[in-house]
Design a protein around this ligand. Structure first.
Ligand code: GRF
Length: 200
């Protein structure tokens, strides 16, 4: 199964996915494309090191967000991509792209959705004072962090935890949970029942 990973930043989740693939943990999943909306994303270097094709699609000049999505869609279709994995991709995908790939786009969020949506999931949970936060992998729909939930894992916030310590704990869980979700998808083990994702 041909996989594209969309990134904007550091790419530690991309790294975890590439490592899992090397270890044979993604079933028949193969990452064949890494696409970034930021030419300076360190994730691009990680992909190059692993011999994976990289493409940069930045929003520039007169370009609208829809133009950007159209470019991305052309790349995905050109590469015959069957699964799109968002790994720290900092834009919301437009409705056309989501429609074309419905049920075949995954995202990871560093909180227990539907709590603490948005770009600061870890910090927002920490500042709110909740005792338990966590990680969510979900399908992408047209909304913000709102699609059907595939996997979740809780992370306890200890009274002595700094924000840095919490970030570290969250990322450790992410790097385990995301490859597992991709493996389940690639092996055809995820079925939908309305909004519920059934793991077979
Ligand atoms: C992760 O915390 C992920 O949950 C969020 O963005 C971050 C990306 O980190 N969506 P990285 O680029 O994979 O290191």
């Amino acid at each position: 199964m041909r996989i594209a990973v969309l990134v904007s930043g550091n790419g530690t989740n991309l790294q975890a996915l590439m490592d899992a693939q090397k270890d044979g943990q993604l079933s028949s999943g193969e990452i064949v494309l890494v696409l970034s909306d930021n030419k300076d994303a360190f994730a691009l270097k990680r992909a190059e090191r692993n011999g994976i094709r990289t493409v940069i699609k930045e929003l520039s000049g007169e370009m609208t967000r829809k133009d950007l999505d159209d470019h991305i869609l052309r790349e995905l279709e050109g590469e015959k991509i069957e699964l799109v994995v968002l790994a720290g991709y900092m834009r919301i995908l437009g409705p056309e792209l989501v429609k074309k790939y419905r049920g075949r786009i995954l995202n990871i969020h560093p909180a227990l959705l539907p709590a603490f949506k948005g770009v600061h999931g870890i910090r927002d949970a920490y500042e709110c004072g909740v005792k338990i936060t966590g990680v969510t992998v979900h399908f992408v729909d047209e909304g913000l962090d709102s699609g059907p939930i595939i996997l979740q894992e809780p992370v306890r916030i200890g009274s002595g935890d700094t924000l840095d310590a919490l970030e570290k704990k969250i990322h450790e869980v992410e790097h385990r949970l995301y490859p597992e979700a991709v493996r389940l998808f690639v092996s055809g083990k995820l079925k939908m029942d309305g909004r519920k994702v059934i793991i077979q």
